[in-house]
Ligand binder design. Structure first.
Ligand code: SAH
Length: 450
């Protein structure tokens, strides 16, 4: 097999990154935006030892699951790499990811629920972070083509709240008007690297964050004056990121005007959110995710609860009024400040959050003999560490409710808990990210009776 070769392929599977999978002369070929059941004439783009990447030249047999509108840009950029597949099939795809991982781990008897659909299939994101680059002599916003840093200019981001798209385009036009240079990542020059816009679904307030190479730039006062006039924009922040890096946000924020935090609400709890703090991005699906997790926890008024990987305390503060106490752990200092302030804001007195790594704090708590009834964990993609798992089990909780954004590390961690005497019989996928291959899931582990 060689580059640029044209071959006909039958697509038999979808990879976890949502590429169509085919087999050809002992090689596995990943075809962008091809769907199982399709036959495609494909052009080989890249050849490795046992696998290759290809793109569709011609669709010979089309799947009935294909969405027929023009979605090329979104699929190409990886912004929404499932957007070419009908929504009910996306939900099946996500469930299958979990089923397949369980099979590989010889855990076939674990039940997998059907994926809980998102109330909104598009326009669900309350935050967008989009790169700013110069393309053909003009400042553009858009998204990078998959596996590259070529900017595809876009004005409709499909998965973000249309109100956010409106503000992104308005800010782009202001930057153009005052000839603010876009970031040039090759020479680490220019000014604006990213636009980050967030919107509270509860209040309609929007925060604009300009991620910049410098702390200031000559056009900033004029740019700020004009951004202030965009309807519903309530604050502007300059995030300073001087480094040559792929990390989007720098470590320092300068408030240019307005409130330093956005106020949002989940259920009947209010939250103030700082720019550096994590907040769930699917506003309407988040309370449904939490409801499911909380229902599975079967909380009792006397329970001592731990909220690990807490962000701004959304899970712990949602349950605080129904339990004895909540102790939270989160590594981002601003998020911990937000969590403790949010407790006050909602008149919650039995919740306390500390800054630190969960894998370091939990062993300390276990060492001190802390006894816990329920632990919620909601780690990033890399999952938990063995130190955390061991310490969590040592505090002897009745239940551990695991909210995961990566089923591969979820299944790995669940097996570790099994070795320590915890059992689980069901995983429930929840679609937090329609049109993308990301899978969120809730699992409850129970202490086996000794
Ligand atoms: N439970 C929250 C946040 C989940 S996102 C919610 O539902 O909104 C995961 C959070 O874990 C992020 O806030 C991240 O900053 C935090 N985090 C990442 N690594 C961590 C670690 N090692 N220890 C503690 N928190 C960590």
């Amino acid at each position: 097999m060689e580059k640029n070769q044209i071959i006909d392929l039958e697509i038999t599977d979808l990879s976890y990154e949502a590429m169509g999978v085919a087999h050809y002369e002992g090689m596995t070929v990943f075809v962008t935006s091809a769907i199982p059941g399709e036959i495609v004439r494909a052009k080989i783009l890249k050849v490795k030892k046992t696998f290759a990447f290809a793109k569709i030249e011609e669709l010979i047999k089309e799947s009935p699951d294909r969405v027929k509108i023009e979605l090329n840009q979104w699929v190409q950029t990886g912004l929404a790499s499932l957007a070419h597949i009908k929504y009910n099939k996306q939900l099946e795809f996500k469930r299958n990811q979990v089923v397949n991982l369980l099979k590989k781990a010889h855990l076939d008897d674990v039940q997998v629920g059907s994926t809980l659909p998102s109330p909104e299939e598009t326009g669900y994101r309350n935050k967008a972070q989009v790169p700013v680059r110069e393309v053909a002599g003009q400042l553009e916003i858009g998204f990078f083509r998959r596996h590259s840093h070529d900017l595809v200019p876009l004005t409709n981001f499909l998965t973000t709240d249309p109100e956010i798209d409106r503000v992104l385009v308005a800010v782009r036009d202001i930057l153009r008007q005052y000839r603010v240079p876009a970031y040039d990542e090759i020479h680490n020059q220019g000014e604006v690297r990213y636009l980050d816009v967030r919107r509270s679904k509860a209040t309609g307030e929007m925060m604009v964050i300009l991620v910049c190479l410098h702390k200031d730039f000559v056009q900033l006062p004029k740019v700020a004056t004009d951004i202030k006039k965009i309807p519903d924009v309530t604050s502007l922040v300059l995030n300073y990121n001087p480094k040559k890096t792929n990390v989007i946000l720098g470590k320092v924020d300068y408030l240019i005007f307005g409130k330093p935090q956005l106020t949002d609400q989940i259920g009947d709890v209010k939250f103030r959110i700082s720019p550096e703090s994590f907040f769930q991005i699917n506003s309407l699906q988040t309370p449904r995710l939490y409801d499911l997790a909380i229902k599975k926890a079967n909380l009792q008024p006397e329970d001592a609860v731990v909220d690990a990987y807490s962000g701004i305390g959304t899970i712990g503060l949602t349950v605080a009024k129904h339990v004895r106490s909540v102790r939270g752990i989160e590594s981002v200092r601003d998020a911990v400040k937000d969590a403790n302030n949010n407790a006050k804001l909602n008149d919650i007195r039995n919740a306390k959050y500390v800054t630190g790594k969960a894998e370091e704090i939990m062993p300390k708590w276990a060492e001190k003999g802390m006894q816990v009834d329920i632990i919620f964990v909601d780690p990033p993609r890399k999952g938990l560490t063995p130190e955390f798992i061991e310490a969590a089990a040592k505090t002897n909780p009745k239940k551990i409710v695991y909210i995961s954004c990566n089923p591969a590390t979820l299944v790995r961690d669940l097996q570790e808990f099994q070795k320590l005497g915890y059992t689980f019989d069901q995983i429930d996928p929840v679609d937090m990210f329609p049109q993308t291959p990301h899978v969120e899931a809730v699992t409850v582990l129970e202490r086996a009776e000794k």
